[in-house]
Design a protein. Structure first.
Lengths: 401, 167
């Protein structure tokens, strides 16, 4: 106890970790719901509908189903690696979120001023790449240890793909590093403050549009998503590296994929889209009420939907939820939390937009062929990100003394 | 005991255990994974010494790139448990005395140097920032840096030539 008392940072960190884990795991579950809904509407279907109102309890049902399924280990599987792989994939996917700053300044927890990130690392970007570079092992080990043909092929494909695209991924952000002159996420975001011509935000996405394209493309390949989801191409490899996995180990791979999506979107927001900075001019003070407007709209929406369309228990829960949201928005203004939530609001809005783009692409684009994938990575993306780096360095050398 | 010292013993011990596992494991993949663990533990020790850039690069280059290729090749060859060949006569008779000698050597130097080598408790004060490191690398030591990169380029070209020859 005395040890803990002498290190209050431990307590604060644990509180922050618990909160972030809870929020993230819930967000992961509902990201699957969101993806299924959006893809369904793209394909003129309605998506999950029966479990709960609007299918909102579907993630919960899926989670319970995963928990109660039999956990099968294929005969001849390498026990240690087979067990290690899903844990490695998920824990690494979640670790990176510890580095993401969700807003500027500090908040008070237990009398300790603490930043809106679990850890402010001054080599944040390098640390993040270090963690994601180990992420390959989860996939490779899962494929190898299953002692089965399809997972092995899937694991090999995905290791090759991740190693190939990691080069472009890392090179594409060096341009941003040159502009920011720092590896610290906070410095990178603060460096993007200001406007061109008084209204265009000085985000890195404009001077680094090529870098952004390279980054986002490579990031989709890194996370094994459509159109680069060859490691789990169901028409060729059943389910790729996690074919033999069942029960909650399968769910862990699933969660790891979505956690990686969130990480990659957060990083894109920080590096290219100005992090927590507002896209609207700071002189427009009324824009500070936008989060509240969103909250009130959501509250009213839920309230009316509950009263008009829902039956049974949902008819009771939905209006109450709506009223709670309205009360929360009023409380936010009343207790002066408005300034604190500005940063997280814009940050999460941008991350959500990028996640939507992810899902949008999944509903729109067909899958690459394997040779196309390798050609695209090595012959187009890599030279492009290299050229971007050289041009950026050259221009910066000309502009800056 | 302060936090850095506890972390030092945890990850130092982990590195030693993983290194032993690396040698003793029969399955090649297990050896490779143990080596990854050694490298990650070493990276944490670098971090405790205040060398955060080296720590990150240690993980990115060794654990994230080189070892991935090792694991990749092991997977491709699909090697299973290694077979134990008979120990050679030299290893049998010279190995044990040599190992004892090396351990004694290590103990001797550690006992002599222990007064000068302080524990990494206050190491953060001597931390070299990434900026300083890059200045050293690209100003003072530019020539060795370029020579090394050309060396790697030659190795790369050699690999391509060898691979082309086969087909």
């Amino acid at each position: 106890v005395e040890f803990v008392a002498r290190h209050p940072i431990l307590v604060v960190s644990i509180v922050k970790i618990v909160v972030l884990l809870f929020v993230t795991l819930t967000a992961l579950a509902y990201l699957t719901w969101f993806e299924r809904k959006v893809v369904a509407y793209i394909q003129s279907r309605v998506g999950p509908l029966y479990v709960g109102p609007h299918g909102l309890l579907q993630p919960l049902a899926d989670g319970l189903k995963f928990l109660f399924k039999e956990d099968v280990t294929p005969p001849g599987a390498d026990q240690l690696a087979y067990l290690l792989a899903p844990f490695l994939a998920l824990s690494l996917g979640l670790t990176t979120l510890a580095l993401i700053p969700f807003g500027p300044g500090t908040v008070r927890i237990f009398g300790q001023d603490t930043p809106l990130a679990i850890a402010n690392v001054n080599i944040g970007l390098l640390f993040l790449f270090a963690v994601t570079s180990i992420g390959v092992y989860g996939v490779a080990l899962a494929g190898w240890s299953s002692n089965s043909k399809y997972p092995l092929l899937g694991g090999l494909r995905s290791s090759a793909q991740m190693v190939s695209y990691e080069v472009s991924l890392t090179l594409s952000v060096v341009g941003v590093l040159l502009i920011a002159g720092s590896l610290d996420f906070n410095n990178i975001i603060v460096g993007q403050e200001g406007r061109w011509l008084g209204f265009i935000p000085k985000w890195n996405v404009l001077p680094q549009i090529v870098g952004f394209f390279c980054y986002f493309t490579a990031a989709i390949a890194e996370t094994n998503r459509v159109p680069f989801d060859l490691p789990e191409a169901e028409t060729e490899l059943v389910a790729g590296f996690h074919t033999e996995y069942s029960s909650f180990k399968f769910a862990m791979f699933f969660m790891a994929e979505y956690a990686n999506m969130i990480t990659v979107s957060c990083l894109a927001t920080i590096l290219f889209l100005g992090g927590w900075l507002s896209p609207l001019p700071g002189s427009w003070t009324w824009t500070h009420y936008l989060p509240i407007v969103g909250l009130v709209a959501a509250g009213l929406g839920v309230l009316f939907d509950g009263l008009r369309n829902q039956r049974g228990l949902a008819r009771l829960v939905f209006p109450l939820l709506g009223l709670a949201l309205l009360a929360a928005s009023a409380a936010t203004v009343y207790f002066g939390f408005l300034e604190v939530i500005q940063g997280p609001f814009w940050f999460l809005t941008k991350v959500f937009f990028l996640l939507f783009v992810y899902v949008w692409m999944r509903g729109t684009l067909p899958r690459f062929r394997y040779d196309q994938l390798m050609d695209f990575g090595w012959k187009l993306l890599l030279p492009l990100s290299l050229a971007n780096l050289v041009v950026t360095a050259f221009v910066l050398l000309m502009v800056r003394p | 005991m302060s936090l850095p010292i506890i972390l030092f013993f945890v990850f130092g011990g982990l590195a030693v255990i993983a290194a032993l596992a690396l040698i003793l494991a029969k399955e090649p993949i297990h050896s490779a994974l143990a080596l990854v663990l050694v490298m990650v533990s070493l990276a944490v020790l670098y971090l405790l010494l205040g060398a955060e850039f080296i720590a990150a690069v240690q993980i990115i280059v060794y654990a994230g790139a080189i070892m991935v290729l090792f694991v990749f090749v092991i997977m491709l060859l699909n090697t299973r448990e290694e077979e134990r060949s008979n120990l050679s006569a030299i290893a049998k008779y010279a190995g044990l005395p040599l190992a004892i000698f090396l351990i004694l050597d290590l103990v001797y130097w550690m006992s002599r140097g222990s007064a000068r080598m302080a524990m990494p408790a206050n190491a953060a004060t001597t931390a070299v920032s990434t900026r300083d490191l890059s200045l050293y690398l690209f100003r003072s030591y530019l020539f060795p840096f370029e020579v090394t990169s050309i060396l790697i380029l030659i190795a790369l070209l050699g690999a391509v030539v060898l691979a082309k020859k086969e087909s």
